[in-house]
Design a binder for this molecule. Sequence first.
Ligand code: NOJ
Length: 563
Amino acid sequence: MPHADTPTTIRHDADWWRQAVIYQIYPRSFADSDGDGVGDLPGITSRLHHLAELGVDAVWLSPFYPSQLADGGYDVADHRDVDPRLGTLDDFDAMVAEADRLGLRIMVDIVPNHSSDRHVWFQEALAAAPGSAARARYVFRDGRGPDGELPPTDWPSSFGGPAWTRVPDGQWYLHLYAPQQPDFDWDNPEVREDFHTTLRFWADRGVAGFRVDVAHGLAKDLREPLRDLGEERGYEPDALPLDGSHPLWDRDAVHDVYRGWRRVFDAYDPPRFAVAEAWVRASRRTAYASAEGLGQAFNFDFLGARLDAVELRAVIGSALDDARRAGATSTWVLSNHDVARHVSRYALPPGSAKRDVEEWLLTDGRDPAPDLPSGARKARAAALLMLALPGSAYVYQGEELGLPEVADLDRADLQDPMWVRSGGRVKGRDGCRVPLPWTREGTSFGFGPGGSWLPQPADWGTYAAEAQRGDGDSFLELYRAALRLRRALVTDEALEWACSEEETRRGLLRFARTGGWHTVSNLSDSAVPLPPGEVLLASGPLSGDRLPPWTTAWLRTGAASAR
Ligand code: NOJ
């Protein structure tokens, strides 16, 4: 792969992202260079070769900006700097240069809906009077009730409790997440301009793309009087209206913001790429993913689906249709820093829904007892299915090691605001953020020379990259082989189903990609005949001409095209 001479020149392939494999790093938990127990940028740089060997195309970094960690770094005190515990801007540049040398692109997380309450703008807002220009960058309002002692509306925070907090002079400010995350007012041109500056700041430093946090939340209906939500207080995509009329989420005006961002992206050569984290109805995702907008939008339906052939076939079909309508490609995600790791999700009784996983976490992962070997087998089958689909696959750090969720973290160790804000009803997301094991033994299993900010389980070393490298049956080698083959096999974005609906009802998914590459998944408890062809890769051992339960295989059939 060609290398750029400096971090600011990016290889000239504007469409690199369309079928890319993008690896998500949660910086505090990836690799720690200085022994303070917190992962950092030099730690990432020292381990980038692992990602190059794995065969991914790009790396997306969750926030590494200055933060008091009220929400794991998504409370940003300065959008254009590095948290001193994680390094410096020079470390950032060194990381980009090393990524470039290895042929990897870097993407960063942009958090535009809110800042930290330690952001200089919010500090200015607190010091300024009601009605001032400093307060107008955020959403400050008087309260209701005779003394303004009631919040301005009934809007709930996504982490539990009200979305308003009162300041000493009696006004309230809006935070759709933690109180330490005040929401910006995106009607304010100063806010818009400042984010253009932030995008250029990182693009100029050689960043190839952006993951846009809470992309559907920026444009709020802040006209007076503010509207109560009443019965419609659910923020889940299916609870949102289809016409963009919700006062807070997925309003049409948000696309105005992204048209402005698109102009910023397109001023670069190649244009910078962006993917929206937008929890919206499927039919409204297209606008975020359009070429005039951000370019791609996360589709979490695959992640949210059960490992059920009928459900997945429907999810895949509609994701591909939506992406095609937007002129984009689909995204595929099995895990990220916000959900329990999928090895453990699949280890729970079939049909377990999000709520069941939350209940299970509250029992510290004991009830129901997870069947981890079965979860691992299913996770391998799901990975080969995902990696064969047209579009971009997002791999969450540690997924390539088959890490399970750490469900038994002590309550005293929990850091996720969800735990406290939900009054102990939701254990939160720490269990998927436990620092990675790199070596079998040693202090923090090679994570760093000191401890680790969340305790690692005693058997973490068995999952270490070191323990898996060279072991043909390991998760790591499965992912490496799949990514190597994928690079050679992908030619276009076509997919054609090669099994009947009836076969799918019995648990079979089979599709062809151009060039005679077929993927067949047996998502059932009984073996099925393996279609004829040369087996290129399988997620588990094959027995003769049978495809065992919960197994995916890639085959070359000799047929010339997907059509
Ligand atoms: C989505 C991020 O993925 C999550 O971790 C964060 O808590 C919220 N956005 C708020 O920024």
